[in-house]
Write a protein that binds this ligand. Structure first.
Ligand code: A2P
Length: 321
């Protein structure tokens, strides 16, 4: 039996988003057929929320998987799915944004995206092909004009909701000072070892839903490691609960009111990651988790290079912990 994943209602758009989404980014990248096959298995297991981005190069296999799921009758209509994609930083310029979402829609073979996010709070030159980048290729984001174009994407019906990713409280404040439509979501790195209490409180007070990427520490990727899956405290709680460490992390995030984008292309693990809704952590276990020492896994400096803007963005998010 496929699991029914609970949803969270996003403010300012009357849209329900399943609280566990399947991430589609693999590092190193995998063949498109592998991504497509994993997504079809995920739909069979009960996943209805998929997270992609222009930069991941997984919009096309996701689109093919959706078309195949419809052909196979795994879903009756595209509306049963919640699809998130992201504006790549090389197109983070007013006039390029509507064309960018149209390109993502072509890749996905869809008429609309459910949620379109600004991927990073910075702009990159269109010449960028790989990371790290040279200093001349990285610029501050013109938040006001970029957000106006994101609002246009929503009013044109190309996306049902708009939001941001990797935004600090400071960047959100700047955005909110001119936004006509507030962001529905801020997708950020979050897990028991990077809890972001200040950012969560800031977002909660403003009706912005926080969604967690790297909820399992992005093990086996270029930017992640096994710090969550090998964490002793989480491991002890897992043993006591008869669950896995991954499930403890996902359950903790769920109990914080946060949704998670958990990536697994393995059939057993993707099912395991949905099996977090009919049990709970004890108060003592939650207290232990809240006291874990904090460490951010991914920084702009590590991806882009030690440029002033990358260091400034990293310092802002350290302030939000
Ligand atoms: P795999 O795709 O082989 O399952 P994150 O969601 O934090 O980005 O982490 C993704 C990484 O964690 C992937 O390497 C994924 O590998 C692995 N992973 C996903 N679910 C589990 C799980 N339940 N137990 C162990 N590893 C997992």
């Amino acid at each position: 039996m496929a699991v029914v994943v609970p949803g969270v209602t996003l403010s300012s758009c009357d849209l329900t988003m399943p609280v566990i989404g399947m991430g589609t980014s693999s590092s190193p990248p995998v063949a498109p057929e592998t991504t497509k096959a994993a997504i079809i298995e995920a739909i069979k297991a009960g996943y209805r929320h998929f997270d992609t981005a222009f930069a991941y190069r997984t919009e096309q296999p996701l689109g093919e998987a959706i078309a195949e799921a419809l052909r196979l009758g795994l879903i009756k209509s595209r509306d049963e799915l919640f699809i998130t994609s992201k504006l790549w930083s090389s197109f983070a310029e007013k006039d390029l944004i509507v064309p960018s979402i149209r390109m993502s829609l072509r890749n996905l073979q869809l008429d609309y995206i459910d949620l379109y996010l600004i991927h990073w709070p910075l702009k990159l030159s269109q010449e960028v092909r790989q990371m790290p980048v040279i200093r001349e290729h990285i610029f501050p984001l013109d938040i006001k004009s970029v957000w106006e174009a994101m609002e246009e994407c929503k009013s044109l019906g190309l996306t049902k909701a708009i939001g941001v990713s990797n935004f600090s409280c400071k960047k959100l404040e700047e955005l909110l000072s001119t936004a006509k439509i507030p962001p529905a979501v801020n997708q950020v790195e979050m897990n028991p070892l990077w809890q972001q209490k200040k950012l969560r409180e800031f977002c909660k007070a403003r009706g912005i839903h926080v969604s967690a990427f790297s909820p399992l520490g992005a093990n086996n990727t270029k930017w992640g490691d096994n710090r969550i899956l090998e964490c002793d405290v989480l491991g002890e709680i897992a043993k006591a609960q008869g669950k896995t460490t991954a499930q403890i992390s996902l359950r903790w995030l769920y109990e914080q009111g946060v949704s998670s984008i958990a990536k697994s292309f393995n059939n057993e693990r993707m099912k395991q990651n949905l099996d977090i809704f009919d049990w709970s952590l004890t108060e003592e276990e939650s207290n232990k988790i809240s006291q874990l020492p904090q460490r951010k896994g991914i920084t702009f400096e590590s991806i882009l290079g030690p440029h002033d803007l990358a260091l400034e963005l990293d310092a802002e998010s350290l302030d939000d912990c």
